[in-house]
Write a protein that binds this ligand. Structure first.
Ligand code: ADP
Ligand code: ZN
Length: 728
């Protein structure tokens, strides 16, 4: 049966391979074991019941809490020629009747129902006359009272299940703590060995945090770096949403707002326009996102600090569901922290207060992390991150930056805080240090202090960064209500010169840019634009979102391989028989015309097995990129020249080489790595010995052992050599 599943995956969905745990889950369901699947958003849960539903003879009933998501799935399934429908009160009488007839005549493979609908007597009666083979329960955490989204109707679903003892059930969710998982298993009679938990890591999301210096400008720049791409900007308040929307609109950007203060008609309309690519950007409060399944959201920008990791993760998770690279940026300002803390202080329930504080601290650990941002993120979900360097967050791609000794400026700053009475915020302190004649400075007679005008060596932005780091490292506390800075005990040590202060000052200069290398094989962009325009026309005519016709990846592959025949079109990711029948001719025509006009040839797609390279999870496409970089490296080029060639940072090249070595590959000339360090043999020997003694996972202990004589850049190269020699 799993063979049949594979055939459906290829011929109907046009995908080459199952993702991580999909195959095991589907196999388990096909063997009729009740199953619990826990996968992150975008992990590919739908396929886990859509494929069994296509294999089973009878009907699969899918329980889902949101009408918009059900309709979206039905649209997409019908596009794949899989008969699916929904029964709910929003249907017209004639549509409802047509669907009923189709179900009775056994023409439907998947029936989508809200839980309350499924429990209605007339529906139970209808189902009792059907051959129900499978019951899929989406968003299964709603079953549990321990979950964050408990729905009493879900609790009663076992009544539905009892009616169909021969049907296998599968429960799916993206969020489930151990307690919730136990609850789901007990309720739905799922054995422990039928529980499948995928990693919560979403390797295709680039995660970065930048200091919130000039938020509007930063936001605008970021958005402009993603022209014609869909993105979501999250703000904390409705007012914030409205203001930001207005500004972006004034600057000519394609943007609409979304928050609970808008009428439900407006919300529905705006959401639909976003889904249909009529508008590119949605500025929203956290109210936005539950009901959408748009796979090609290319970025999520957090304009304000989220209150907890759970929410942050859920929101960034809406980007890059299609597995292609997506960019997640958080603007992080201490002002936001203050606001949240103030808010927490207002809570009357002590228990809630403690919890909210804990959640905020976890979020801060991520925002302030100096190492991989995935570590605190995954830790939150009880997962240890497997790599020290994920290669896809800001800290991992800029690793190796040297910290500088900032003891003197730190002392100046701290002493200015002291002399101004520990009542003022960073910006006032900086004014004093830089000798400003701002009114507030003069009024308080701070121009008479000994710390007045002693800080011209740093600009305002650099001082801000320093201030943030002083807070981050616990030398200063910020008053939760008024924002005034206060010295901690630790500050005393630095002031007295007992402890030095090292930090990164470049951080302020970090740009918000991260160029997504969305695809291993970028297609001809002019053709992509032509194909997109036609996809949009067809979608509008059929009243569908564009992604229901073809995904971005599909169009991109078309513009890379220029298929001229139906046979070759079928090799493109996401094209199965139904899509070929429906749209093949039209798109072949477009491609052929374009090739003729531009004198382009079809590219052979049988050797390179496009689906295999591009279609795999993004980590595999990263593998193919690693291979590309390694082969360029092996021609003897330096890291720096590769960085220029591939338009990435040195650190990224190093990461690729490291990953390549970690995967057990060998370099043809490993000694090249050693030569490029510029170290002499005794230094190399002692470094390698240090790697053997300490773990190679972390560089710091090795760096320390070598008395800081070998730089991090050199250690990175040595580590690659060391790891590549482990697999002899
Ligand atoms: P979830 O419900 O877990 O959030 P979806 O089921 O919506 O995720 O899947 C996310 C995206 O991944 C969809 O666009 C889907 O078509 C795609 N997808 C799922 N499985 C595969 C696969 N094996 N190969 C390629 N794409 C896949
Ligand atoms: Zn990382």
């Amino acid at each position: 049966m799993i063979n049949q599943a594979n055939t459906i995956l290829k011929n109907v969905f046009g995908f080459e391979q199952f993702r991580e745990s999909q195959e095991a889950i589907i196999g388990n369901v096909l063997h009729r074991h009740n199953t619990l699947a826990i996968m992150p958003t975008g992990g590919g849960k739908s396929l886990c019941y859509q494929i069994p539903a296509s294999v089973f003879d009878g009907l699969t009933v899918v329980i889902s809490p949101l009408i918009s998501l059900m309709q979206d799935q039905v649209r997409q399934l019908n596009e794949l020629a899989i008969p699916a429908c929904v029964l709910n009160s929003s249907l017209s009488d004639s549509d409802y009747q047509n669907n009923l007839d189709a179900i009775k005549q056994q023409q439907i493979k998947l029936l989508f129902l809200a839980p309350e609908t499924a429990l209605q007597t007339n529906i139970l009666d209808l189902l009792s006359h059907c051959d129900v083979a499978c019951i899929a329960i989406d968003e299964a955490h709603c079953i549990s009272e321990w979950g964050h989204d408990f729905r009493p109707e879900y609790r009663q679903l076992n009544r539905l299940i009892e009616c169909f003892p021969n049907a296998v059930s599968i429960a799916l969710t993206a969020t489930a703590t151990p307690r919730v998982r136990e609850d789901i298993k007990r309720q739905l009679n799922i054995a422990d060995n039928s529980e499948f938990i995928s990693s919560f890591d979403r390797p295709n999301l680039f995660i970065s945090v930048v200091p919130k210096d000039s938020p509007y400008q930063q936001c605008k720049t970021f958005v402009q770096q993603h022209p014609e791409q869909s993105g979501i900007i999250y703000c904390q308040s409705r007012k914030g949403v409205d203001e930001l929307t207005a500004k972006l609109q004034q600057d000519g950007l394609s943007v609409l707002p979304y928050h609970a203060g808008l009428s439900s008609v407006k919300r529905g309309e705006y959401q639909e326009r976003f889904i249909r690519d009529d508008v590119h950007i949605i500025v929203a409060t956290i109210a936005f996102g539950m009901g959408i399944n748009k796979p090609d959201v290319r970025y999520v920008l957090h304009y304000d600090l989220p209150k907890n990791i759970e929410g942050y993760y859920q929101q960034i998770g809406r980007a890059g569901r299609d597995g292609l690279d997506a960019n997640c940026l958080l603007l992080f300002g201490y002002g936001d922290t203050g606001k949240i803390r103030f808010f927490i202080e207002q809570m009357s329930n002590e228990q809630e207060k403690r919890l909210a504080n804990m959640h905020l601290n976890q979020m801060l650990a991520l925002a302030e992390a100096e190492d991989c941002r995935r570590t605190p993120l995954l830790e939150y979900f009880g997962e240890a991150s497997t790599k020290e360097n994920c290669g896809n967050c800001d800290n991992c791609t800029t690793e190796g930056q040297e910290k500088s000794d900032l003891t003197v400026p730190a002392q100046k700053f701290l002493s200015c805080v002291h002399r101004t009475g520990q009542r003022f915020g960073a910006s006032h302190i900086i004014d004093v240090l830089r000798g400003s004649s701002a009114e507030k400075v003069l009024q308080n007679q701070h121009n008479l202090l000994s710390t007045y005008n002693i800080g011209l060596e740093l600009n305002k932005k650099q001082w801000m960064t320093l201030a943030r780091q002083l807070i981050q490292k616990g030398l200063l506390n910020q008053d939760e209500q008024f924002g005034g800075l206060k010295l901690t005990q630790q500050a005393g040590e630095v002031l007295k010169g007992k402890v030095p202060f090292f930090a990164l000052l470049q951080q302020a200069a970090t740009t918000t840019s991260h160029t997504s290398k969305t695809l291993a094989n970028p297609g001809d962009q002019q053709l992509v634009a032509i194909l997109k325009a036609d996809r949009k026309r067809l979608a509008d005519a059929a009243n569908l979102p564009p992604y229901a016709i073809f995904s971005d990846r599909t169009l991109n592959e078309m513009a890379y391989y220029f298929p001229h025949s139906e046979e070759n079109l079928l090799r493109i990711h996401g094209i199965g028989q139904a899509k070929l029948d429906k749209y093949g001719e039209h798109f072949l025509r477009l491609i052929k015309d374009y090739c003729q006009q531009n004198n382009l040839q079809e590219v052979d797609n049988t050797q390179t097995a496009s689906k295999a390279t591009v279609n795999k999870s993004s980590s595999s496409s990263a593998n193919s990129r690693s291979a590309e970089i390694v082969s360029a490296y092996e021609t003897g080029q330096s890291i720096a020249s590769l960085a220029t060639q591939f338009k990435v940072k040195d650190g990224t090249i190093i990461n690729h080489l490291y990953r390549y070595a970690q995967d057990g590959h060998k370099f043809t000339q490993p000694s090249q790595l050693l030569e490029q360090t510029g170290l002499d043999q005794p230094q190399i020997d002692s470094a390698l010995a240090a790697f053997a003694e300490h773990s190679f996972e972390r560089l710091k202990p090795v760096f320390d052992t070598l008395n800081e004589q070998v730089t991090y850049d050199q250690l990175h190269l040595l580590r690659i050599y060391f790891v590549s020699q482990l697999h002899k």
